[in-house]
Design a protein around this ligand. Structure first.
Ligand SMILES: [Zn+2]
Length: 208
């Protein structure tokens, strides 16, 4: 997803829970995953290239880091790890065909509003049909440059990130479903991560 949408998701999902200082540290770590050096060789940051196992391991590593940093009262490290984790979870809906598979269930019927999307349908998360976009260099780079985007799409296969992504509203109506799913999933994973926190840990983490 583009940076502005990661920020929008974070504010919608968690803006009320954390202090502004905590929110800005978490959101900075989230969007910083899309820095140039985070784009190459890091499928696990963005759910790219069907690297599902590696990506789930990365998510759990960041969750564990969040908890262990808080236990050491290192709140900056906790916010950073949690921010990195949320980035990856949000990219799942923009970089995989989860939303496409979910919408396909309503084949021929009126689609429910995007607020009704189920972000954790296990039959889809575990489906053999679940895919995420492959990043084909160098053509994928041309996709990011507006002038060469159309050219790159002519060469890139349909299973590429360029064809599959729901990174911005330009990709059509499915983008809204990806946004809603990402917002809801962020809340779910926040609750999963903080369950079992002591009062002290909560206070430190929320900075309130
Ligand atoms: Zn990303």
């Amino acid at each position: 997803m583009l940076t502005q949408y990661h920020i929008e998701i974070m504010l919608n999902a968690l803006g009320e829970r954390f202090s502004p200082r905590a929110m800005s540290a978490i959101t900075y770590a989230n969007v910083n995953q899309d820095r140039l050096s985070g784009q190459f060789g890091h499928n696990e940051f963005h759910f790219d290239n069907n690297a599902f196992e590696k990506t789930y391991a990365y998510i759990e590593e960041q969750r564990a880091l969040t908890v262990s940093a808080l236990q050491k009262t290192d709140v900056l490290s906790a916010w950073s790890a949690f921010g990195r984790m949320t980035h990856t979870l949000q990219d799942f809906y923009a970089h995989s065909n989860y939303i496409t598979l979910w919408l396909a269930r309503f084949d021929g019927q009126a689609l429910p509003p995007s607020s009704k999307v189920d972000p954790v349908d296990l039959s889809l998360i575990q489906s053999p049909d679940l895919r995420s976009g492959k990043v084909y260099y160098p053509f994928e780079l041309l996709y990011f440059i507006r002038k060469t985007r159309a050219f790159s799409l002519r060469w890139l296969p349909k299973d590429s990130h360029a064809w599959m992504n729901l990174d911005s509203p330009e990709q059509g109506f499915k983008f809204d479903y990806a946004m809603q799913a990402a917002i809801q999933r962020t809340v779910i994973e926040y609750e999963k991560t903080t369950q079992g926190f002591s009062d002290e840990m909560c206070k430190l983490f929320l900075d309130k």
